[in-house]
Design a protein around this ligand. Structure first.
Ligand SMILES: C[S@@+](CC[C@H](N)C(=O)[O-])C[C@H]1O[C@@H](n2cnc3c(N)ncnc32)[C@H](O)[C@@H]1O
Length: 268
């Protein structure tokens, strides 16, 4: 049985979703159809592909385009306290070290997607150093996702699976539709702003912590070097760069960074 939203799905897109699943294992039906249809239509236009049927044929024959497609679709994936081990390390070791000076922290979450990352950092700061004047700049290239992040609402229980029941009770509001909104406190230090890491000038900061996780993975090494150099310039001395669970900086010392542990680098 199709519900009303499903009934509105154009037939060619419906067929494409099935084929894409066979070809890539990506279940597009788990994504909201109107948004996904809009995003993929924009992608097809950019790539000068006339129809979803033609795009399916491209994906059939070209492994690289299949990978591109998967990256495109999953690009906004995020969750609160993503990579629990790393967030544990941030909580137990990195933040206490940075907070040692007694001042509020200046944080930049670059590529913040739905806001889960900056809100998670904000929660830790509220827990560890309430009442201090913290500031968190949260940026992303994607205005639509940034608007969602700013709204701080409509999160699923699965987005919060790493938060733990206690934190959910304390920092979130359950809404009647079974979803969750971020409560008022974690929102206060955060400023959301559109920013393209590849094109825009970097904020001067200086930041005590820059988190850029699961953003640069699809970029070239040359682009990564430029981005990491930009982060180093924006960090205060002694400030920390926090990267994603599968990411590592190749030559940290060439950038003036020392390794604090997996995922964490400190500006000398
Ligand atoms: C996979 S999400 C990562 C979200 C979060 N950092 C995390 O680890 O859960 C990647 C985000 O990077 C953003 N992004 C991609 N290219 C970007 C660019 N050039 N400048 C800024 N943000 C970018 C995407 O819009 C997306 O929201």
């Amino acid at each position: 049985m199709h519900n009303t939203a499903e009934a509105a799905i154009p037939a060619d897109f419906e067929a494409f979703r099935k084929r894409a699943y066979q070809l890539t294992g990506l279940d597009l039906t788990s994504y909201k159809a109107p948004q996904m249809h809009r995003r993929l239509t924009a992608l097809l236009q950019r790539q000068k592909i006339a129809s979803f049927a033609e795009y399916a044929r491209v994906l059939e024959t070209d492994a690289q385009r299949r990978q591109e497609f998967k990256d495109y679709v999953t690009i906004n994936v995020s969750e609160f306290f993503r990579d629990g081990d790393r967030f544990g390390e941030l909580e137990r070791r990195i933040l206490p070290m940075l907070l040692g000076g007694g001042a509020g922290l200046r944080v930049w979450s670059a590529g913040c997607s739905i806001g889960a990352e900056p809100y998670s950092v904000s929660i830790l700061l509220h827990e560890q150093a309430p009442g201090r004047n913290h500031s968190i700049l949260a940026t992303d290239i994607d205005q639509t996702i940034l608007d969602r992040a700013r709204a701080g609402a409509g999160y699923l229980a699965t987005d919060l699976r790493n938060a733990g029941a206690e934190r959910i009770r304390k920092w979130f509001i359950a809404t009647p539709d079974g979803k969750f909104s971020v409560g008022p406190a974690p929102r206060t230090p955060i400023r959301f702003q559109k920013h393209d890491l590849l094109r825009d000038p970097y904020p001067k900061g200086p930041f005590d912590l820059v988190a850029c996780r699961n953003v640069v993975i699809y970029f070239t090494e040359e682009a990564k070097d430029r981005i990491y150099q930009g982060f180093v310039n924006s960090l205060a001395s002694g400030g920390v760069l926090f990267v994603g669970g599968t990411e590592a900086i190749m030559r940290p010392q060439a950038l003036g960074l020392t390794v604090l542990g997996p995922g964490f680098y400190r500006k000398a």
